[in-house]
Design a protein around this ligand. Structure first.
Ligand code: FES
Ligand code: FES
Length: 163
């Protein structure tokens, strides 16, 4: 039997009726139509489904939607603000941190979470911070450069830090 859950998704209050077995990623993609959150595996390894739940990154294929009841969920669609890309998105664009783009929403959100915990990570910390996100295309080099660039931008513009 479906259960009613309440979420704040990208700043908007939403109510959903979900089966207890429904995954958060299914609710995000299929019930809310937010298809920027991807599904790249069925083994919880790829990180394409990464979102933020109450400010912490989470693989949304590893959570039931009912477990997120009452939570604040941020998906890639909610990262830009006022028509302006988040500095992390801007840096991925500028540093060519993506090729096919399939992994990118998850990598970007993991990187945003990393910088919230560690605003000035070295290369090793960046690679460790995104190790839960697999990319088949880039070899990670430009992803690391993008995260380093975003860290510099955020250090120079503290107003963007909470985004
Ligand atoms: S879809 Fe691969 S880890 Fe979630
Ligand atoms: S850019 Fe293609 S999988 Fe990462």
């Amino acid at each position: 039997m479906a259960e009613r859950i309440s979420l704040t998704v990208n700043g908007t209050a939403r109510e959903l009726d979900v089966e207890p077995r429904r995954l958060l990623v299914e609710a995000i993609r299929e019930d809310l139509g937010l298809t920027g959150t991807h599904v790249g595996c069925d083994t919880s390894q790829c990180g394409s489904c990464t979102v933020m739940v109450d400010g912490r990154t989470a693989k949304s294929c590893t959570m039931l939607a009912v477990q997120a009841d009452g939570s604040d969920v941020l998906t890639i669609e909610g990262l830009a603000s006022g028509g302006k890309l988040h500095p992390m998105q801007e840096s991925f664009w500028e540093e060519h941190g993506l090729q096919c783009g399939f992994c990118t929403p998850g990598v970007v959100l993991s990187a945003v979470g990393l910088l919230r915990d560690d605003p000035a990570p070295d290369e090793r910390a960046i690679r460790a911070g995104i190790e839960g996100n697999l990319c088949r295309c880039t070899g990670y080099h430009n992803i690391v450069k993008a995260v380093q660039s975003a860290a510099r931008k955020l250090a120079a513009a503290p107003a963007d830090k909470g985004r």
